[in-house]
Design a protein around this ligand. Structure first.
Ligand code: FES
Length: 297
């Protein structure tokens, strides 16, 4: 398992059910391979053990911090590292900090490498109340955020770009699914070139290993990579929004190893760059590109 989503909270106490509700909705919608969901309200203390050696754990819970009802807060890195030792744990209403503190104590070296906590500000916590409208909206936004992040990472694991020399054998071109990008000479060393591959925004990058194509969507928060830069010394593509870094040859996450860019197959034909982005569900091209043939090297 490469990622696990845990919903904490008490199903019976109004907005405290936000975490389990996120788990219920994600399970109903379907998750990428290798991603699991656990409802801590029913798993109890066993939820800590379910985190054993999972690279990335996302914990969702409700909170009362005085913020606007439905507001989202994200904790990660040092904020989560500094949790106190476990005490006062209730197995009937396991809170996010209790679940993580117990897991850290119980799992030691097998504790997840990355933990993200998503908190939804609650409005009412009385027994028997349904979710408030503001938290309903917050739950939905958390689901979308998690799904977007996870599917970006899943796609990155499936496509790794390759550069193939021009075919000289007269094969019909362009093959189905391939889109023309910029000329090879238009791609400098230090600046990605944005372009559209049909409806999909992409960038072409010249890394130390040659030309590469990626979807123009940062694996951190899903924002455009159109104005990213390249740190030639470290061969890193640097997102301008929050400075997450990615290997310019492979798209591998350098800031957060599980957050990788979606790489697209790339070929050079007659001095022009061609790319073949993955077909999304419902695309008109879906029936034509199952084999995705390209020119032979
Ligand atoms: S969107 Fe945050 S670093 Fe790229």
């Amino acid at each position: 398992m490469r990622a696990l989503i845990i919903g904490c909270g008490n199903l019976l106490r109004g907005d405290d059910a936000a975490g389990p509700e996120v788990v219920r909705r994600l399970t109903a919608r379907g998750l990428p391979d290798g991603v699991g969901c656990v409802d801590a309200a029913t798993a109890g203390i066993d939820v800590a053990l379910s985190m054993r050696s999972v690279p990335h754990v996302i914990v969702v819970d409700a909170c009362r911090s005085g913020n606007t009802p439905g507001a989202l807060m994200e904790l990660s890195g040092a904020e989560v590292e500094q949790l106190p030792p476990p005490s006062g744990i209730s197995v009937h209403a396991l809170r996010w900090d209790h679940a993580l503190a117990f897991a850290r104590w119980r799992l030691a070296d097998e504790y997840p490498a990355e933990v993200t906590v998503l908190l939804i500000e609650g409005e009412r916590f009385e027994y028997g109340e349904p979710l408030s409208p503001a938290v309903e909206e917050g739950v939905e936004r958390v689901c979308e955020r998690i799904l977007e992040d996870l599917f970006v990472v899943a796609a990155a694991a499936t496509a790794h770009p390759t550069t193939t020399p021009l075919s000289e054998d007269g094969e019909a071109w362009p093959a189905p699914g391939w889109h023309a990008g910029p000329p090879v000479d238009a791609v400098p060393d230090a600046q990605p070139i944005p372009f559209m591959a049909g409806d999909a925004p992409g960038i072409i990058v010249r890394g130390k290993g040659g030309l590469r194509a990626f979807r123009s969507r940062c694996a951190h928060a899903g924002l455009s990579l159109d104005n990213a830069s390249i740190d030639c010394g470290s061969n890193a593509l640097v997102c301008r929004w929050h400075a997450y870094r990615f290997d310019a040859d492979t798209g591998a996450g350098l800031t957060a190893p599980h957050r990788c860019l979606e790489g697209w197959p790339l070929r050079v034909v007659d001095g022009l760059i061609w790319v073949c982005p993955p077909v999304t569900e419902g695309s008109a091209e879906e029936a034509d590109v199952s084999e995705r043939p390209g020119p032979r090297a």
